[in-house]
Each structure stands twice: as C-alpha cells, then as structure tokens.
Design a protein around this ligand. Structure first.
Ligand code: ADP
Ligand code: MN
Ligand code: MN
Ligand code: MN
Length: 339
C-alpha cells in the first residue's frame, strides 16, 4: 500500500467570481486511485461563503482526478460542493446542472496577467513600459522579462503531467500578459481542466511571489489589452453536417440570446468589450470571417469546408466560469433545428 496525498479542490461561494480552495488528506491505496475510490469529504462552509456558522458542514464530491507532479504520490481531485445530505448540489455548484454532450468540443484560450507589487510583471513602479507591439509572441528580456517564461513552462509541464489537455501557450499583447489553451470533449471535461489549470498556475506562482490577475481589464480604460477566454466550440452536427443555412440560423440564435451569453461571460465585461483592442462592443452582436473585431470569429477553414467545423466566441472573459460558458453555448445551439 502507498500513502497518497489527495488534494481536494473546489470552488467557493464568492460572487461574482468563485475562488479555488483546496485541502489535503492522506489515504492508502495499492495503486493510483480511480474516481470511484475517492470518498466524499467535508469542509467548513462558513469560511467559504457557502454556509452559516451554526450549520457549517458542506460536502465535497470528487468528479475528476489528475496526477499531481508537484508532490510525491500526489493526486489532484476536482470536487463539486454538495449540501450536507451529500446528494443535493449546493447553490454555488454551477457544474451540477450544466448541459453536457460528449460530442461538443471546447477550446478555451485563457488569458491572464502576471502581477507583482500590484502591477503587471515588468511594469515600472511609475508610468508604463514601451507601448504594446513587441510583446505578443515576443522573445527577449526586454519583452518578456526573466521569469515569466520559466513559470509558463513549469505550468505547461504540470498540466501535461496531470493529464490536462493543454494545447499551447503564447505571450500576449500587453506586457506581463500570457495565454494558454485547453481543449476538451464535453463541457464538464473541458471546464474541469480549465479550472484545474487555473489552480496549478495559482499554486505554482506562490513560490515566485507573483500573483495571477484574471480580471478582464486590470489596466482599465488605457491602451492596454484586456484578458479574454475565447471559447472555440463545435458540435458533432457542426463538424459533420453544418452548411450555410444552419450556420446562419445558429448566428441568429446567438444574436437573439445575446444577453443570456453576456450574463455568464464574466464580470466587468463592459470594460473589455469596447470595440477596441480586438473586441466587439458589448452592445452589439456580429460575426465575421477571420474578424477579430467580431463577437464570433468564423475561421477561414470553416467557410472553405462548406460551413463545417468550429466557431470562436470571442466574448467570454478571463474570469468567466467555463462551466456556465459552455452550458450557455449548448443551450443556444439546442434552440436551432437540425435536419
Ligand atoms: P487564436 O489565438 O488564433 O484565436 P488558438 O490557437 O489560441 O487560436 O486557439 C484555438 C482553439 O481552438 C484551440 O484551443 C483549439 O483546441 C480549439 N479548437 C480547434 N478545433 C476545434 C474544434 N473542432 N472544436 C472546438 N475547439 C477547437
Ligand atoms: Mn489564442
Ligand atoms: Mn489571445
Ligand atoms: Mn482566440
């Protein structure tokens, strides 16, 4: 038997953006535990905005499991928060009730800033560094500094070791801003992996004395880009049947449900979706082929392939909840008739 360190990870009750929380228990197994071998566990919900002090127990229900390469015999356990009965989802548990479909594929592009001393990594104490231009996909100390790439590489290794479907990295448009991409089949699977990748990034940067700023427009109304979490999506029907008429009906449905999408695409998105910095205004809906100023970007390959493939919703922001984002996309798609 081996003693495994099980890190149970969950989302707390803070609004509008939940925080990740985690705590460890040690259990013995004769091999790396499978999901059904992981017990329910509890925590004090009165300290996480999930319960009153008088009746504070909440239940953690394991839903996915990953290798934790930062620890010897480490296990990362993504959990849903349940009521004390163990079977009723807690109101903060957005995952429990989302639409899911293994044929729906999602690629999330998570952008974020590294922050040190209350400002983006590499910003001077007063004023600004050289304007945007050289930073996106940049190389060299003056563009990316001395530590960001090291963190990004370590994070990539941790994600791959965990079995997370991490698909790539790039330095972003603003100084101190980076992106990683997570692809998954099924909304729960893809979104679990985004949350776990966020967790690993937050935990990794502790030792560097660096914070991750997920806010969508940390530098406010300046000439510095905000952070998004573009959601690339496709269903089996979109990939295999598609067609121009279906695409147009889909875009009409996205336009009609615009407010429902914006409601779950992350807080403060009006600060980011201004029509500038590669965004469409929050007040308008548009789609365009290869258009990074549209709400939905249609890849060239989609049109060339007779309107089959995936689309990119550029509106979700870096603080959005991928469970809710994926679910709303599936909800709108479900309103469109297929032949
Ligand atoms: P860009 O920065 O040009 O918008 P990225 O390469 O950062 O593009 O992200 C594209 C994303 O699209 C990747 O996360 C990828 O996994 C995802 N993707 C590719 N094909 C599909 C598909 N068929 N369905 C859903 N997502 C897809
Ligand atoms: Mn990208
Ligand atoms: Mn990007
Ligand atoms: Mn994109």
């Amino acid at each position: 038997m081996t003693k495994y360190k099980l890190e149970y990870i969950w989302l707390d009750g803070c609004t509008p953006v939940p925080n990740l929380r985690g705590k460890t228990q040690i259990k013995e197994y004769d091999h790396f535990p499978t999901l059904d071998q992981l017990p329910l566990w509890g925590f004090d919900g009165s300290s996480t905005m999930q319960a009153e002090g008088r009746s504070s127990d909440c239940v953690l229900k394991p839903v996915s499991v990953y290798q934790d390469s930062a620890r010897v015999n480490g296990v990362l356990v993504m959990c849903e928060v349940m009521m004390p009965d163990g079977t009723t989802p807690h109101p903060s548990n957005t995952r429990a009730t989302i639409l899911d479909d293994a044929g729906a594929w999602f690629g999330f592009e998570q952008e974020y800033f590294f922050y040190e001393d209350g400002r983006p990594l590499g910003f001077p104490e007063h004023g600004y560094p050289a304007p945007q231009g050289p930073y996106y996909t940049g190389v060299g100390f003056k563009n990316v500094g001395s530590v960001a790439r090291q963190i990004v590489e370590e994070h990539l290794e941790a994600c791959l070791a965990a079995g997370i479907n991490h698909e790539g990295i790039n330095a972003e448009v603003a100084k101190g801003q980076w992106e990683f991409q997570i692809f998954g089949k099924g909304s729960k699977r893809a979104a679990d992996e985004v949350w776990m990748a966020r967790y690993l990034l937050l935990r990794l940067t502790e030792k560097y004395g660096i914070d991750i700023e997920f806010h969508c427009k940390p530098l406010g109304d300046t000439d510095w880009n905000g952070s998004g979490m573009h959601a690339n999506f496709s269903t089996t029907y979109m990939r295999e049947v598609g067609g121009k008429a279906y695409f147009e009906a889909l875009m009409a449905a996205f336009e009609a449900n615009c407010a429902d999408h914006i409601a779950v695409y992350g807080p403060d998105n009006h600060m980011r979706l201004t029509g500038k910095h590669e965004t469409q205004s929050i007040h308008q809906f548009s789609w365009g082929v290869a258009d990074r100023g549209a709400s939905i970007r249609v890849p060239h390959s989609f049109v060339n392939n007779n309107y089959k493939g995936y689309l990119e919703d550029r509106r979700p922001n870096s603080q959005g909840d991928p469970y809710a984002i994926a679910s709303q996309i599936l909800k709108t798609i479900a309103t469109v008739l297929t032949k």
